[in-house]
Design a protein around this ligand. Structure first.
Ligand SMILES: [Zn+2]
Ligand SMILES: [Zn+2]
Length: 344
């Protein structure tokens, strides 16, 4: 039996924290359910999931569809797309059966790369390796959630670069449908013995094919890592970009600032999936609007900064930094200052 391998290469970087990661998880579940209800897909599709953040790992090896259950997606700091591509190529070498004189190998794999930001590691070597040896052996479809991905890089990897923008804030319906439809169409045609490289047309309300890479936009969000004063558990504070215009006439200029979205509980696994990094990347607090409360203990703000540069929660008064152990005293107010930000 010739299999149709389908790889998902999923960005689980911290910019996905909260809603977006939940939706990515639901998207995987919904795709698996849709595929399982199709007889052609059931016959040929094998699925695998590779997650990447600061590191990249196969979290579900290539498995036949009926026994495939989407794994729980991790979360980490960083977007190591170079490492993710290497992991994919190694996985293809290991798991995909090649055609030889003696045997017909697997059908050409489908790869769905879903990302929402720019790579934080080096990608040149992996991208060249992909172009040289793998691009012709797989159909790679790169899907950018929003417009912050590195389109120039994605276009080097594949002609199929798609921007997904939510028409309905609560659903990834169009995305789920398109990915399921593409996979089902391919499994049907390979079921009939033909490899069909055409992809179904896009629901233009939500999905746009990128022809010329669009001008890059500013980073969509700022994410900061903190620990609760009381239980020492980690959380992320997320800010999303809001564009405001200052001044008018000739002196009009755009100023980018960020609005608080919330503080989210995370687990210690986060640090295993994060890129080792010096806290060299700073963001000035004058660009950040609002400070959410602690997601664990309800302290008024999760945005109290120790001299070590790390965040903790406080409602004012004496505290001990859960990161470095220093004794602190927080009073209300304070001017603008720089804090270490995560890689995104
Ligand atoms: Zn707390
Ligand atoms: Zn500290």
């Amino acid at each position: 039996m010739r299999r149709l391998p389908v790889f998902f290469l999923l960005d689980c970087s911290e910019s996905m924290v909260g809603d977006k990661l939940d939706k990515m998880q639901e998207t995987m579940n919904a795709i698996a359910t849709a595929l399982r209800s199709n007889p052609y897909a059931l016959e040929t599709v094998y699925m695998s999931v590779i997650a990447f953040a600061g590191t990249a790992k196969t979290i579900a090896p290539l498995t036949e569809l009926y026994s495939f259950y989407p794994p729980k997606l991790p979360l980490g700091g960083g977007t190591s797309l170079g490492l993710a591509l290497d992991t994919l190529m190694n996985e293809m070498d290991k798991a995909v059966v090649k055609t030889t004189a003696e045997q017909k190998g697997d059908w050409k794999p489908f790869v769905f790369l879903i990302t929402d930001g720019r790579s934080t590691d080096k990608t040149d070597v992996a991208a060249s390796r992909w172009q040289a040896k793998y691009a012709k052996r797989a159909t790679l479809i790169a899907i950018s959630l929003g417009k912050s991905a590195d389109f120039t890089l994605l276009k080097k990897l594949t002609e199929h670069v798609i921007i997904y923008e939510e028409a309905d804030k609560n659903e990834y319906t169009a995305l789920i449908k398109w990915i399921s439809d593409s996979t089902i169409a391919q499994s049907k045609s390979v079921g009939e013995g033909v490899e069909n490289n055409a992809l179904p047309s896009l629901d233009e309300l939500a999905l746009t094919l990128v022809k010329d890479p669009p001008a890059s936009v500013d980073e969509a969000c700022v994410v900061l890592t903190g620990r609760c004063q009381k239980n020492k558990k980690p959380y992320l504070i997320k800010y999303e970009r809001s564009q405001i215009e200052l001044g008018g006439g000739k002196h009009k200029e755009n100023v980018v600032d960020y609005d608080s979205v919330g503080a989210f509980m995370i687990d210690e696994e986060y640090f295993k999936w994060s890129q080792a990094q010096p806290s060299a990347i700073k963001v000035n607090t004058s660009l950040l609007n609002g400070a959410p409360g602690c997601p664990y203990c309800g302290n008024h703000t999760a945005f109290a900064v120790c001299s070590c540069g790390k965040l903790t929660c406080t409602s004012g008064g004496a505290a001990v930094c859960p990161w470095c152990g220093e004794e602190l005293f927080f009073s209300a107010g304070g001017g603008d200052f720089d804090v270490g930000r995560s890689l995104g």
